[in-house]
Design a protein around this ligand. Structure first.
Ligand code: SF4
Length: 993
């Protein structure tokens, strides 16, 4: 009532609120609608009633379990369904992504509702975040595509005609003069694993590689697409979205863990951590798992006396005044986190704050003998010759035994010499070597703390105190980083941030760092290996992004050597240990280096919206002759990328979808989530009545291409029996069966729970596919996945699921790799670098472009939720955040319209002045400001759907960017080692307009 009274009496507030986007809220306050209840007004009826400790379900609704796609956390949720329509979502109390503590799977469904409503305890509360609570509106969005579409007119005009899905498959398989623009190769002619792309460069591989598939974050179906389609087709080119999201962090952690194959995530063990250092990340503001991380942080700072520091260019929701000095924000110059961390490392090494005994452990054998939790390669000997490899004896690592100073195999040494630089003798031969630790020390001592402090603009005393404090809590300390490292030196930054943990030995330690709790076997499990099939080929050749391959193994390099030419520079950059770079796909095809693509399939991908410096991406997609002659988008919406497609295949949305997946990180117990359609898709159907989605489309496309991985007898069980793969459920229900049968078999579901969990409609399919185990699979589905008990997380002071390889203080793969543009080796340990182009040359700021722009994640919007009109009622737009002192210098006031420009691009924004941002910087909240998916007029079959202006509001940050002058055309700046898209620390100027 107070709010109502206030608004009634304040015209000013009303206009302000209206201007800020609260129009609908205001309208509702003044309607004469009858309220059905005086307290809860017209809110939804309750789904359950609890009387005398008994649960009664409201018959008007059904409730089912699924996964949220509101961000890449993919939380397990329960959905309230009214007549095949999802009307509300809330957390699944069995899942650790939605509750902590979470319920034991044996707790009955009825009891789960009792516990959720327990007024005496918040323990079993299970919720969604703001976007998770509203994301279901996406399913009913007027811009959703439900039919197969073919473009009319030029690419990007957003004019389409509907065609049957069979017609679409026929056209893309056979090709032809599809748009009266000339002949286009169909997928049938590209599906060739025998013919080479280029006889002169056989290492490029077969013609099949000229199909590239761009996916998105794995929401549970990636294995289906990669293993059963891409690999069966024979293309090596499947890419996810990491390179435009958080690859610098992933690659830095991979270097630290010495594993560039699985790219494991590291996260703090929030629950038992005593001191946490967040650099280039902000838990509760963003990150993954967003909701769980925020919950764990709040719990730890409130109940466990966790002290934490956030070192970021701007103040975010991660900071909390409520816990006083337990939470602290330190402003840092954008892009200079590496200087700050190198300074901390220097202080730690110089003052011997590090855990020497831990760093001296040279092998897993010694670690076990000493009853420790992890070990490093700090004592390994690196040969100082040009190859920079470890000193080995027939593959065994050699170290200096601290007992007798003799060089021995690491497995036979308990404690090795840590800091050594000089000559050693082994088997009568002399070697010049230095230990990994000595290289780290040498690198961190290249600058004084004063110099580092000047670069990052954090006082020397603060750095010293933080370094000291970090090393003063034993091993219950952690570091974290994420998207703020997406700048040109982000890889070394993330590696260095993790390196702080090695100084105290926090990996695998309770309260330290965790690689996650593991997952149950799903696609390859006890009953089926669904990733394998008869006739599976192993794709080979060079990837379009030149990732996972050293330039030195290419024909180009070998030919130059053969012809006595200097092999450096290569025509462009190669990325020997990066897993995938979608920011390289179109530019590489346009430059025909290594080769030109013939077809592009995107699945939910949106590189135009997500990639910094996107002007070139648009130009290359727009013209079919440039980079992608045939472009098929599998997408339920026409986004900023699929708007340039030739064909649209409608995908399922959210709760209509299948999938199996596990959390990324920040969990310490074994966990696997699953999703199955809980409402019927409105999409057109195939002739077998299966609704069109990515999975069903791929099945029919593969059959048209006669690929061995789909159709008759495509699935084999582990006893040698064959089954057909004609529908998505043929694949996913078998994956569910694997999960249900992993380790101990799950319980059988009762008839009552089958009804409560809305699984009756699956009874026949479950019986047919899972046979006598069907009730176990239904039990699994009713809980939303499989979740080990919370008390399985630890074994004494160690995490139960431990990482067993050596932490790389020196990474041999990195240290032996060469920058293909310069011929120089990368440094194998962490070292300070200024912002750099791909050839390692410095990106200089000048008097004109003297501010640094960065983006930061929103706690409301994500790429997936930025079109939700309902969220715009909470936050109408995004702004250019500027420190008040800086704004004064430029005579800029709050809400002034400004132009932000790099030397290559510009954007328009409204200024928002605040104190909580580093001076001389511009911070922009991502994501908002859509340019498709309802933000542009859409014409299908001559019917116009008018754009919604509200979807355009905010700052289109990724329009900004810098070209990389050291590379071929169309290349924006990226991390100078691993190639991840750089969006932070862009040198800009601002003008009031
Ligand atoms: S954190 Fe992400 S996945 Fe979880 S509820 Fe929120 S939007 Fe959905």
């Amino acid at each position: 009532m107070k709010r109502r009274k206030f608004l009634l009496t304040s015209g000013l507030s009303l206009s302000l609120a209206a201007a800020l986007g609260y129009k609908n809220t205001i309208k509702k306050i003044f309607t004469n609608d009858e309220f059905s209840d005086n307290i809860s007004t017209n809110s939804l009826e309750c789904e359950v009633f609890i009387e005398n400790n008994t649960v009664k379900f409201n018959d008007k609704f059904s409730i089912a379990t699924s996964l949220c796609n509101g961000c890449t956390t993919f939380c397990s949720v329960r959905a309230l369904i009214d007549n095949n329509k999802v009307i509300k979502t809330f957390g699944n109390p069995y899942s650790l992504l939605s509750s902590d503590p979470w319920l034991d799977m044996q707790v009955s469904l009825k009891d789960s509702f009792l516990k959720l409503n327990d007024i005496n305890s918040l323990n079993s509360r299970s919720t969604c975040c703001a976007r998770g609570s509203s994301i279901h509106h996406k399913m009913y969005d007027e811009f959703r595509v439900t039919k197969a579409l073919k473009r009319v007119g030029k690419r990007g005009e957003n004019k389409w005609k509907s065609i049957s899905i069979e017609e679409l498959i026929n056209e893309i398989v056979n090709g032809g003069n599809l748009f009266n623009e000339g002949y286009v190769d169909g997928l049938k002619s590209i599906c060739n694993t025998k013919k080479l792309i280029d006889e002169n460069n056989p290492d490029y591989g077969p013609v099949a590689n000229q199909l590239c598939i761009l996916g998105t974050a794995d929401e549970g179906r990636q294995n289906f697409l990669t293993h059963r389609f891409a690999q069966s087709f024979g293309t090596i080119n499947y890419l996810g979205h990491t390179a435009i999201c958080g690859l610098s962090m992933r690659a830095g952690e991979a270097a630290y863990l010495d594993d560039f194959t699985s790219y494991a995530h590291l996260k703090p063990d929030y629950e038992h951590c005593k001191f946490l250092l967040n650099i280039a990340t902000a838990p509760a503001q963003a990150g993954n798992p967003f909701k769980r991380q925020a919950h764990l942080l709040a719990q730890a700072r409130t109940y466990n006396n966790l002290k934490y520091v956030c070192v970021t260019p701007n103040l975010t929701n991660a900071d909390s005044f409520a816990v006083n000095e337990n939470s602290r924000w330190i402003a840092i110059k954008p892009g200079e986190d590496l200087a700050f961390v190198m300074a901390m490392l220097r202080v730690i090494i110089e003052n011997k704050f590090y855990n020497e005994k831990y760093l001296q452990i040279p092998s897993l054998k010694s670690q076990i003998a000493l009853n420790d939790v992890s070990f490093t390669n700090a004592s390994y000997l690196v040969c100082k010759d040009k190859n920079k490899e470890f000193l080995k004896d027939e593959g065994s690592i050699l170290v200096i035994d601290s007992v007798d100073n003799k060089v021995k195999k690491a497995d036979f040494v308990l404690q090795a010499i840590l800091d050594f630089n000089g000559e050693v003798e082994y088997k009568n031969k002399k070697y010049q070597v230095q230990t990994s630790f000595n290289i780290l020390k040498e690198n961190s001592f290249l600058k004084s703390v004063k110099e580092y402090a000047k670069i990052c603009d954090i006082k020397e005393e603060i750095i010293f105190e933080l370094a000291k404090e970090f090393c003063s809590y034993g091993r219950c300390v952690a570091t974290d980083c994420h998207g703020g490292t997406m700048h040109t030196t982000g890889f070394y930054t993330a590696y260095a941030i993790m390196m702080l943990g090695a100084m105290v030995g926090n990996l695998n330690h309770k309260g330290g760092m965790s690689v996650g709790g593991g997952k149950y076997a799903s696609f390859n499990g006890k009953c089926f290996n669904l990733l394998s099939y008869k006739g599976k080929v192993k794709p080979f050749g060079t990837r379009i992004d030149r990732a996972r391959k050293a330039y030195e193994t290419s024909t180009e390099f070998k030919n130059k050597i053969k012809n006595n030419q200097n092999p450096y520079p290569a025509k462009d950059k190669w990325f020997a240990f990066t897993n995938a770079l979608e920011n390289e796909v179109l530019s590489s095809s346009a430059n025909a280096y290594p080769y030109k693509l013939k077809a592009l399939i995107t699945w939910g991908a949106n590189i135009v919206y997500g990639q910094n410096n996107n002007k070139d991406v648009i130009a290359l997609l727009k013209d079919p002759s440039k980079a992608a002659p045939l472009f098929i988008a599998i997408d339920p919406f026409i986004n900023e990328t699929s708007i340039y497609a030739d064909y649209i295949v409608p995908d399922s949305v959210l709760f209509e979808t299948w999938g199996v997946l596990s959390p990324w990180a920040a969990y310490n117990t074994k966990t696997t989530h699953l999703r199955y359609p809980i409402v019927k898709s409105p999409n057109d159907t195939f002739k077998n009545q299966e609704s069109i989605c990515m999975d069903s489309f791929i099945i029919e496309l593969a059959k048209a291409l006669k690929l061995p991985s789909f159709g008759k007898n495509a699935i084999m069980d582990n006893e040698g029996n064959f089954y057909d793969l004609d529908r998505p459920q043929d694949f996913y229900l078998r994956a569910f069966l694997n999960v249900a049968m992993d380790e101990d078999e799950l319980s059988d579901i009762s008839d009552e729970e089958l009804k409560i969990s809305s699984l009756l409609e699956y009874k026949d399919s479950l019986k047919k596919i899972c046979k006598d185990k069907w009730r176990k699979v239904a039990f699994l589905m009713s809980r939303g996945g499989r979740f080990a008990k919370k008390n399985t997380a630890y074994k004494n002071n160690a995490l139960s699921n431990s990482y067993t390889k050596a932490i790389a203080i020196y990474n041999e793969k990195l240290g032996t790799s060469i920058n293909s543009l310069t011929g120089k080796r990368y440094n194998g340990s962490v070292k300070y670098y200024p912002q750099s182009y791909a050839d390692g040359s410095m990106i200089k700021m000048n008097k004109e472009f003297n501010l640094l722009a960065f983006s930061y994640k929103s706690n409301i919007f994500s790429s997936a939720s930025a079109t939700l009109d309902i969220l715009k009622e909470i936050k109408y737009a995004t702004y250019a955040d500027i420190n008040t002192k800086t704004a004064k210098k430029y005579n800029i006031k709050n809400a002034d319209k400004i132009k932000i420009s790099t030397k290559d691009s510009s954007i328009i924004a409204y200024a928002r002045l605040k104190e909580g941002i580093y001076p001389n910087a511009i911070g922009i909240e991502y994501a908002s400001a859509r340019r498709a998916e309802g933000a542009r007029d859409l014409i299908i079959d001559n019917v116009l759907i008018k754009a919604k202006k509200i979807r355009q509001t905010g700052v289109y940050y990724n329009r900004l960017g810098l070209d990389d002058i050291s590379r071929l055309k169309y290349k924006g700046i990226s991390d100078f080692v691993v190639g991840s898209n750089a969006r932070t620390a862009l040198a800009v100027k601002i003008e009031k307009i």
